[in-house]
Design a binder for this molecule. Sequence first.
Ligand code: 26Q
Length: 815
Amino acid sequence: MEFERMTVNQIKDSIQNKLRTQFACETSDATPEQIYQALALVVRDEIMQRRSFSRDARKEQRAKKVYYLSAEFLVGRTLHNNMVNLVNEKNYMQALDELGIDRAVVFEEEPEPGLGNGGLGRLAACFLDSLTTLKLPAMGCTIRYEYGLFRQKLVDGYQVEVPDNWLAAGNIWEIPHPEDTVEIHFGGKVEMVEVDGRISFHHSGYTTVEAVPYDIPVVGYDSTKVNFLRTWSAKAVTQIDMLHFNRGEYAKAMEERELAEVISKILYPNDDSEQGKELRLKQQYFFSSASIQHAVKDFIDTYGYNWSIFPNKVAIHINDTHPAVAIPELMRILMDEYGLGWEKAEDICYRTFAYTNHTVLIEALEKWPESLFAQQLPRIYMILQEMNKRLCQKLWDSFPGQWDRIGHMAILAYGKVHMANLCVACTHSVNGVSAIHTDILKKQTFHDYYLLQPRKFVSITNGVTHRRWLMQCNPDLSSLIDEAIGDGWRKDMERIADLKPFADDAAFRQKFADVKYGNKLRMAGALYRHQGIELNPDSIIDAQAKRLHEYKRQLMNALRILNLYNDILDNPDRDWRPQTFIFGAKAAPGYHRAKLTIKLINAIGDLVARHPVASKYMKVVFLENYCVSQAELLMPATEISEQISTAGKEASGTGNMKFMMNGAVTLGTMDGANCEIYDCVGKDNIYIFGLTAEEVDRGYASYRAHEMYETNPRIRRIMEQLIDGTLCPENPRMFQEIYHGLLFGEGGNMADPYFVLKDLPDYCATYKQMLQDYENRDLWLRKAVLNTASSGMFTSDRAISQYNSKIWHLKPLEL
Ligand code: 26Q
């Protein structure tokens, strides 16, 4: 069905109408916040109109649906993105202009939902966008965290965390569905009881928490399909309160309410670290159970109790191990609530669930104390014990007598629940997020499982939605691409390859450069507004933006900058090209080394700024509170993209793809999706340095970081600067532990475990080559254009098509 888009006049009228009816004001006296609200209501109406077109299509077509379970969905702001996906951006912008409204100001009124830490959460958001655009029936499921990831302030160069109360003024985009509330049970005890010769399990003495869903619509690009992101909010059960209340125990009633509702208060701010916090486990069960209960109910409503077709109608995807308790939870529901036998329930689960792994760092693989499960989720724990018993029996047949091996593969071992083993053993598909990552999963992380079930392992390289990460964030480049090759790439990103010949067209290159310059100016404006920092648009913009982690090696970047500073001091008269080094990174609040690295970067920035010569040629900028909206400004303005993780450690990376789409050239290691970027763009248009993953593995035992210090005078010099008061005259010991960790190692750990000093010389040399090449303007612009033109494979539309053909097997809805 063809859908009518709102015209400019309709949009203007509707905005004015909303202002009058909702806020009793006119455009002239409305605050930016009121204008934001009115505009968002207009866009929301347009979405709901469309939704009415596709409303019952899924049920009518009896189409299979995927539930994408993820503890994080880092969706970013919605308003502008929805205008883009409604393919009505032009009319909206014109309407705003005609009403005399400053769009940038209005867009900035929208609170950004920070419902994720980094890559994993943002990937989930990109995937929902693509699922919907491809008309695949899907629902994202997560927690409605009342406080998103903390906001980062920089005080005296240190990170300070501030609560992010993003829901304070309400959220226009969510629709509550109290009628879909479900109960979640924690604690208590489980007894086996026999009724009419059948054994059943009786759970009593538990605490109930209600899960109330709030749905956020997701609009597909140029389609009437609307999917929803379902966010579950924890609510105390009212009856319990009333009981205490009537006994006059008002305080106790309120206390219990708080304890129940704390479940959906905060998002844990550590990514890639296993912490074993009870509340985190309760969060995982809370949203997994609620989502599974909903999926089962929806299945019954549509297909009755026809359990054998469940896996043909429902796919459930587990985004990393965080929602892995969904597997025993579905077992529980099928057996305890609907009376299915173990084998039947197990078979349904196996065929329904699929799992994506996002890390090979051993310390990041989730393990929970068995005692915590036994206490908080007693029935689930019983099911895990039975699953584990049966699994180990099977493993024994394949590996008789090999206890260590079986222990390594077990769900329960050494007092811990191994969530990754649960996922690998009990799902039909395990996928890695880049070619090299899947390879490591097969050869190392899950090698023994790979020997038994090689076909279970799939590789699907991550992708990002080019609608947000090119069309929305870089409108000028998007128009330029339209001019050159038409707008077909907007619907089919692989067609961006048609742009390749334009790399040899001097006029086009010039326009491409002009767009980049305009984006630098836009970024400069925002940076000045937000942080009062001036950014020189004539300097090279070199950026590293990602969560702060030792393996991502922001420290190596900082040392490179210190090395450049030394170079400039040694050769002040050389004709240096001005350079701006931008960092965007939040550190987990408890990750001391990461926070100290932020301070170090800022200390180097201050050192540079204090020096009369160096400050002419270089500047270090640390973006405050790096988040999706900041990324939308940064990607289009960047020329050099830093992707410098220790090889073998970064599962994929997705920032690398966003920078590439926007014409930045990658400086990186052969790690994660960088390897595929290399394949797509070709060796002349990317700068690769450093150890390979194999070299890291082989060199692990024999690497002596101290030798780098002894044999390389540049390294010796920067290492000394860390501790001789150069950086922080009032406290020369400030960075001593970084110095020590690099040269000697701490707590019995090896020195420099991420090979920072080992890779530093090659990093600096490769960067130097890059700077030389930058001076040849035609050569450089050619590379930049070719990066955009070669980025087609990194759209999440491609990734989702592969998930669908290899794992889910959904049919696009006919609308
Ligand atoms: C686990 C247990 C307890 C508390 C927190 C966590 C937790 C939370 C978030 C563990 C991991 C994460 C996030 C991980 C993440 O973002 N990984 C990144 O995923 C991207 C998408 O696949 C990849 O591109 C990145 O390489 C990978 O680091």
